[in-house]
Design a protein around this ligand. Structure first.
Ligand SMILES: [Zn+2]
Length: 387
């Protein structure tokens, strides 16, 4: 049973190596942004699709014009187009917003799609040196802390900047799921409107009411603010108050989500959640508000890295029909958003709507886990699985 897993290690580059990494990231980002512009321009001009291979051709031309691009290894620069393609695929699948120009802070990683030595025995851009350090053909040895063994075949390497730190994330093909992973200790989570999270075992985690209260307060203060005279002493005071309140609400929400995700990843080793459909949600403005309030994206990220830290796994499943299908017999019971109870006319199951959904989410997740056998799963920006 072959599975792909991501293993992350901290790097300790020299100041000069850091500067170079950072500069390479900028080349990647610029390449991403200009390819996106080219694609849009081409589409506007003649409705033509501008794909990865067109982008690569353009890159070859750009390299002649701007030799500075040759400073960095060519593979991560080409991989940028894979990311852009994925971003568009996600967008067309309704999983993400329309791809946009990336700012410095938003572009933090580059991928080396090959690692080590090729079949002819030639060293690729990234490999290990004889004494166990990371080795780049242009930068030399880079210090790496291998705090846990790296087992299996390395498929690709991502270099990532987080704050001031740098990390190497290896995508490794291994033979089995980690032994510590207990598939029977699995849970599905549905993020609801009334309850924050409803688990497939029926447990519910309440929406933090203190946040609701604070948010109401925030709204009031903001309304008052719009009535003040601009620039008056009162106005300045009010602006400060709103800012402070905003910060406070944000902190409390983060705090709540940290605690919840910590407890969930401590209790369960396999967690299944829905893959987000941002576009559909935004169509329904009220729902969008409550979902953005709830910080769903933030919550999912926290679950992902906490699962990884605990040796667990986070599975993201397709949200299609999770709230419609009967989690007992599979019968599809169509219901509008306002119907809060699932009643199956076929098997007689009666469940809270979100509870029924969370049970379907778990089932879908487990199905995915079992079909991993022999199937290669792409890991990268849209990493489906984190172990
Ligand atoms: Zn049923």
């Amino acid at each position: 049973m072959a599975v792909l897993v991501n293993q992350k290690y901290e790097l300790f580059p020299t100041e000069k190596q850091k500067e170079t990494f950072d500069r390479w990231l900028q080349y990647c980002r610029q390449t991403y942004n200009s390819a996106l512009l080219d694609k849009e321009r081409r589409y506007k001009q003649n409705k033509k699709n501008y794909n990865r291979y067109d982008m690569q051709k353009q890159l070859t031309l750009d390299k002649k014009k701007y030799p500075i691009l040759k400073e960095m290894p060519s593979q991560p620069l080409q991989e940028v187009f894979v990311r852009l393609q994925k971003a568009f695929e996600n967008f067309f699948r309704n999983d993400a917003r329309y791809p946009k120009q990336k700012k410095y802070k938003e572009y933090t990683s580059m991928t080396f799609p090959q690692f080590g030595f090729n079949k002819k025995g030639n060293r690729m851009a990234m490999s290990f040196s004889g004494n166990g350090k990371l080795y780049n053909t242009r930068l030399g040895e880079i210090d790496i802390l291998l705090h846990r063994p790296l087992e299996g075949t390395i498929k690709q390497l991502m270099i990532k900047r987080q704050g001031n730190r740098w990390y190497a994330i290896f995508c490794v093909e291994g033979q089995a799921l980690p032994t510590s992973l207990d598939i029977h200790n699995a849970i599905g989570i549905d993020v609801g409107i009334n309850q924050y999270a409803v688990l497939s075992n029926g447990l519910e985690h309440e929406n933090p009411r203190f946040l609701r209260k604070k948010e109401k307060q925030l709204k009031k203060t903001q309304r008052r603010l719009s009535k003040r005279k601009k620039g008056s002493a009162n106005d300045i005071k009010q602006v400060q108050r709103v800012r402070q309140l905003h910060e406070k609400v944000g902190n409390q929400r983060r705090d709540f989500l940290h605690k919840l995700s910590y407890n969930l990843t401590k209790d369960y080793s396999v967690i299944a959640v829905e893959n987000l459909r941002i576009r559909n949600m935004i169509r329904n403005r009220k729902l969008a508000k409550s979902i953005s309030d709830a910080g769903w994206g933030m919550f999912r990220n926290m679950l992902a890295y906490k699962c990884e830290r605990n040796g667990g796994i986070l599975l993201k499943v397709e949200p299609k029909f999770t709230s419609q299908d009967c989690s007992h017999c599979g019968n599809r019971v169509k219901k509008s958003l306002s119907i809060r109870t699932h009643i199956c006319p076929k098997c007689g199951t009666i469940l809270d709507r979100d509870h029924n959904a969370s049970r379907n989410i778990l089932q879908k997740g487990l199905d995915e886990l079992l079909t991993i056998n022999g199937i290669t799963i792409t890991v990268g920006q849209g990493c489906v699985r984190t172990v």
